[in-house]
Design a protein around this ligand. Structure first.
Ligand SMILES: [Zn+2]
Ligand SMILES: [Zn+2]
Length: 263
């Protein structure tokens, strides 16, 4: 398994979002973008240019477009690094109105003048970002370009041709679909289950999702999306049943077991 070289938001000096970005629990896949415009060819030997570009896009999206945050889910640079943008499980804004809940948005730092030919580092970086979003954000198998279903030149002819070939790693085969590379536990492919869980979970869609599953054992539990006393009691009961530490908090293990034990 490839170790993705992630640059956290703190790592690139991201500003805090202006308001909470809506959550997104799975997508059909990923749409690939490019910067368009001219990218200084010196970028290939100067990662500071990458950081400056990502920060510049965040500034533009927040201050000019009036968006809550950078519009992209992630950005890949020619040095095979993956910048965390809005991140997994967050609705992007870069795909065009009405086209954001279906796909995460991954930006490749390549333009239509100057640095125009994606190098191996960039292509690996985009595939790394896709694999990261499959693992952490339940991204589906589709890899498309921004121009699919939307009138734009993005992601440029070079990157788009690569996307149409199935976004292969340089010198290798197309990335495997998650259904083939992740194991099946108790008859449930692990990619069907969220891998990361925010703790403590207090209210929201993830609470409701867990409650709906937990109801299979604790029928009196109401799936109302609010993690109150009733949910804590149900959680303790399930933890006891599963032989886990009885905490009343749905940690990652409790979540996983709840979803793995299908009735
Ligand atoms: Zn685009
Ligand atoms: Zn870079």
């Amino acid at each position: 398994m490839v170790q993705v070289q992630l640059i956290t938001r703190a790592g690139w000096g991201a500003r805090a979002p202006k308001q909470d970005v809506p959550a997104l629990y799975s997508t059909k896949g990923v749409k690939v973008h490019y910067t368009g415009g001219r990218v200084d060819p010196a970028i290939v030997s100067n990662h500071n240019i990458c950081v400056g570009l990502v920060r510049g896009y965040q500034r533009m999206h927040m201050d000019d477009n009036g968006w809550s945050d950078l519009g992209y889910t992630a950005a890949a640079c020619p040095h095979r690094k993956v910048f965390v943008g809005r991140g997994p499980n967050r609705l992007p804004a870069a795909n065009g109105a009405g086209r954001n809940s279906g796909h995460y948005a991954v930006l490749g730092l390549v333009g239509n003048a100057g640095f125009v030919r994606p190098n191996d580092g960039l292509l690996h970086g985009i595939v790394d970002a896709i694999e990261y979003l499959r693992a952490e954000g339940r991204a589906g198998r589709e890899v498309k370009g921004h121009r699919d279903g939307y009138s734009t030149s993005c992601p440029g002819d070079a990157l788009y041709a690569w996307v149409q070939r199935g976004a292969p790693r340089p010198g290798g085969a197309p990335p495997k679909a998650p259904v083939e590379e992740l194991p099946v536990v108790n008859g449930i492919p692990t990619w069907l289950r969220p891998i990361r869980l925010q703790t403590p979970m207090l209210a929201g869609l993830d609470v409701r999702e867990w409650q709906e599953k937990a109801r299979q054992w604790v029928a009196s539990l109401v799936a109302d999306g609010i993690y109150g006393k009733q949910s804590q009691t149900a959680c303790r009961a399930l933890q006891k049943l599963f032989g886990l530490p009885v905490t009343g908090v749905v940690d990652e293990e409790t979540w996983t077991v709840t979803f793995a034990l299908e009735s």
